[in-house]
Design a protein around this ligand. Structure first.
Ligand code: PLP
Length: 432
């Protein structure tokens, strides 16, 4: 088997040499095993078409990328300015994060969730939670380990583990935590080698699925019984509506024995470009991540960390204002699309709306439908397929345009849906 693949590689190399006239190319010298395992980003095509339309003068309303559009809290911006005026703050920082920043995240967990954490051993600062998730996977996984990740899901949950050399077993996530839990237990019972790590994310991107504390408790008990490490990505911890409050994984007694939680300032404080995230929880997992990171980075720019402390310790009204803004946009979008004949439920959390592709367009698949909305309604959305094959019947709207622009998007979509030139359904043979 190995000899065959070596022969095949040599043949490819000979072919490449003939075609490029014998010049040395990277492709002839190495196999890009890790990079080749990553499929082309499905969102890239929509992004390219969106830019083309904008270059040709079209006003495209972008509800694709979940990139928060409103400014961060003033207190953070002011602190950043102040801290950057001090020369000592321009030196290398520490990769685990400033002690006061680690203390601030531990206080937040104590105040909001009643969870006690040791800022020295149970908390680490990450350069956004995406960086933390990807590096945690490298720190704790070996080649061939089996990992459980929801499908569909935010791509780094699966691809962070694939980059680390693990095999990912998808756990279907539809609309409820209950179903996810059933799938999880069933998959674990028939998977060999035994799964080593579970990554999950509630409130979930893209499906907007929410769970309660009872769900978290069942997952913690199950993971402890089956000796599975857990990482819970809590990116949408605060973006909850209509009285719903998302539980933290760490609220469950014993959760710290098997897992960590990622928290980020990107969404709760509208600071996505700042790249401030955290991992908190299990000491060994945090230690492994910290050790790996000490080789990779020198931590965030100190003034950014000082400003992040100000955001966490400052007045918290800004979080409620951000939530209210998303809630209003959610209502405008969902009510408007429902009136346009596209039935969609209101999500209880996140900054997204996960919409089933309307029946008449379903056969197209989500990528073609997203292209259709872009071309005909001038609205960019994310095709569900970009989050995994199980997302293909859906598109995701990000609530990142103001209410006026959201209404404009609805008008475009209503018109596009009403005037679509769909192929007529074929008549069944024999039918008159
Ligand atoms: C589920 C989820 N996790 C993590 C992130 C990235 O967060 P950060 O900005 O902290 O890297 C996102 C961003 O959209 C997300 O949706």
């Amino acid at each position: 088997m190995r000899r065959n693949s070596r022969r095949a590689n040599a043949a490819v190399a000979r072919f490449a040499r003939r075609r490029d006239g014998g010049r040395a190319t990277v492709r002839r010298v190495i196999q890009l095993r890790r990079v080749d395992a990553l499929p082309p980003y499905a969102f890239a095509e929509i992004e390219r078409l969106k830019l083309e339309l904008r270059r040709s003068g079209e006003d495209v309303i972008d509800l694709g990328f979940g990139n928060p559009d409103v400014p961060p809290p003033d207190v953070a911006v002011e602190k950043l300015r102040e801290a950057s005026l001090l020369a000592r703050n321009h030196r290398y920082s520490s990769s685990r994060g400033l002690p006061n920043l680690r203390a601030a995240i531990c206080e937040l967990y104590r105040d909001r969730y009643g969870v006690e954490l040791d800022p020295d051993g149970e908390a680490i600062v990450t350069i956004g939670s995406k960086e933390g998730i990807a590096h945690l996977a490298i720190a704790i996984l070996d080649q061939g380990d089996v990992v459980l990740a929801p499908t569909p899901t935010y791509p780094i949950h699966q691809y962070g583990c694939i980059i680390a050399g693990a095999q990912v077993q998808g756990v279907p996530l539809r609309q409820s935590g209950e179903e996810f839990y059933q799938e999880l237990t069933e998959i674990v019972s028939r998977t060999w080698p035994r799964p080593k790590f579970l990554i999950m994310n509630f409130p979930h991107n893209p499906t907007t699925t929410t769970v309660d504390l009872r769900f978290m408790k069942r997952v913690v008990d199950f993971a402890r019984e089956n000796e599975i490490m857990v990482a819970h990505d809590f990116a949408y911890a605060d973006l909850c509506f209509d009285g719903y409050k998302a539980p933290s994984f760490l609220q469950v007694p014993g959760a710290k024995e098997i897992g960590v939680e990622f928290f980020t300032l990107s969404k709760s404080y509208n600071m996505p470009g700042w790249r401030v995230g955290f991992a908190v929880g299990n000491r060994e997992m945090i230690g492994a991540l910290g050790r790996l990171k000490s080789y990779f980075d020198y931590g965030m720019f100190t003034p950014v960390q000082v400003a992040a402390i100000a955001a966490l310790n400052g007045p918290q009204e800004c979080v409620g204002e951000i939530v209210e803004r998303y809630r209003r946009r959610r209502n405008v979008l969902v009510d408007g699309l429902n009136r346009a004949g596209w039935p969609i439920e209101k999500p209880r959390a996140t900054m997204f709306v996960w919409a089933p592709v309307p029946e008449a367009f379903r056969a197209m698949g989500s990528l073609e439908f997203a292209k259709f909305l872009l071309a005909e309604a001038k609205v960019a959305v994310s095709p569900g397929i970009g989050f995994g094959a199980d997302g293909d019947g859906y598109v995701r709207f990000a609530l990142i345009e103001n209410e006026h622009r959201t209404r404009q998007a609805i008008r475009g979509i209503r018109h596009a849906l009403a005037h679509a030139n769909l192929p007529k359904p074929r008549r069944a043979a024999g039918a008159s």
